[in-house]
Design a protein around this ligand. Structure first.
Ligand code: GLN
Length: 204
């Protein structure tokens, strides 16, 4: 079974965990650096990126999260989680993890449209996907290794590289688990399957 962490400091944690379990993965809540051990992938949920960053610092998670990224394991950021992953944040001097080669802008869809739903067409997923946006960021620009998966109103709202997946909206707030399943498919096959020792010995 694939073991996938959900950063559990703030925000839509439980919903991501439920979506993972609905897709047949084991959800592991991550609060301390040691919780990152033995995970196959990690989700950074939506919430408030500045609050989450404060808690990341308080729990000593910044370096461990960057090391997790260096290990090459898949990471998925939704909304505030996307902001945490980005290499650059428009109007701010510093990034948070700064590991995904994208520039994001916070709260990009205007005050009147603080929260809204929109049917998206997403590359690799049959249309439409009904997406929930809440004070959502968007991706202003993306590096060469990044593939744009979806746009809304001319703004990039979902993108991936071989390791990172990010979206502006909250896929975990609907009962549609296709994006969680898509993320799980980024985990190399063979991961999470461990033969019990006895079956190894029985071959000898
Ligand atoms: N506006 C929030 C931020 O900047 C993100 C909102 C969300 O995650 N729903 O962190």
């Amino acid at each position: 079974m694939k073991r996938v962490g959900v950063l559990a400091l703030q925000g839509a944690v439980r919903e991501h965990a439920q979506s993972l379990e609905a897709c047949g993965a084991k959800a592991v809540l991550v609060k301390w650096p040691s919780d990152l051990e033995d995970l196959d992938a990690l989700i950074l949920p939506g919430g408030e990126s500045t609050t989450m960053r404060r808690l990341i610092d308080r729990y000593g998670l910044l370096d461990p999260l960057r090391k997790f990224a260096e290990s090459g394991k898949p990471m998925f950021g939704t909304c505030a989680g996307l902001i945490l992953l980005a290499k650059e944040i428009a109007g701010y001097p510093e990034a948070h993890l700064g590991v995904m080669d994208i520039k994001v802008e916070r709260n990009s869809f205007g005050r009147q449209a603080d929260s809204f739903e929109a049917p998206l067409s997403i590359k690799g997923i049959e249309a439409p996907f009904e997406a929930v946006f809440i004070r959502a960021p968007h991706i202003v620009s993306a590096g060469a290794g990044i593939e744009v998966l979806s746009e809304h109103g001319g703004k990039i709202v979902m993108a991936r590289s071989s390791q990172f997946l990010g979206c502006s909206f909250h896929p975990e707030l609907t009962d549609d688990h296709r994006i969680t399943a898509y993320f799980l498919s980024m985990i190399p096959s063979g991961t999470g399957i461990s033969l019990p020792k006895s079956s190894v010995y029985s071959k000898v």
